[in-house]
Design a protein around this ligand. Structure first.
Ligand code: SAM
Length: 188
């Protein structure tokens, strides 16, 4: 047995900011490592809907290898301000205190992390045109489920079903931990 890999320094910094703000609704490290891995394949503009305190943004930044830029929108101005501090010296990252819908005209995106926590807003129809061909959408916080259609809380999980079957995307649900899964959907 050995210790898990170290956190990238920018992610540690984001955790420090979260701790100071008393904010705990950040993505788990397994999702973060997935985001970093996917970001490492990207150019152009990556976006995040729902910044929180910047942990997911930091994971994305840790993976980006090129001159790609990252924009992230957070509705709560205090959280957005705290997250923006993490990247104050980094011109490739912009955190906006805004509803994510204000980023609509900044696409198309090469990667889009949908993490605003409002499933009804991030259905395939409202997102598909924001993603470039070959672009990747990531959604997390699902509970792995062997049934089809997928069930969450005793009901058919229509969001997950939509994302996994829409013809505009090739999509897969991957388990990132025994109790957590994410959807990765690539725009055709
Ligand atoms: C799960 S947290 C984000 C965690 C963050 N992405 C991370 O990985 O650390 C969800 C955040 O989305 C924000 N949010 C909710 N609705 C939003 C909207 N319409 N536009 C922008 N942000 C929104 C909430 O204020 C909350 O801070």
């Amino acid at each position: 047995m050995s210790a898990p890999p170290e956190l990238p320094p920018i992610v540690s910094r984001a955790f420090d900011v979260s701790r100071k703000a008393g904010y705990v609704s950040f993505c788990r490290n397994e999702t973060g490592r997935l985001l970093a891995t996917l970001a490492a394949t990207r150019q152009g503009t990556l976006a995040e809907f729902g910044t929180g305190c910047g942990v997911g943004t930091a994971w994305l930044r840790s993976g980006v290898q090129t001159d790609a830029r990252i924009i992230s929108a957070e509705l709560d101005a205090k959280l957005a301000g705290a997250a923006a501090e993490i990247f104050v010296d980094d011109p490739s990252v912009e955190v906006l205190a805004a509803d994510w819908s204000t980023l609509r005209d900044q696409g198309p995106f090469s990667l889009l992390f949908l993490d605003s926590g409002t499933p009804s807003e991030v259905g395939v129809d409202s997102i598909a045109e924001l993603v470039e061909s070959g672009g990747i959408v990531v959604l997390d916080d699902f509970v792995p489920c062997e049934m089809w259609p997928p069930i969450t809380g005793g009901r058919v999980d229509t969001l997950r079903e939509q994302w996994l079957t829409d013809e505009r995307f090739t999509a897969v649900e991957v388990m990132i931990a025994p109790d957590a899964s994410a959807i990765i959907a690539t725009r055709r």
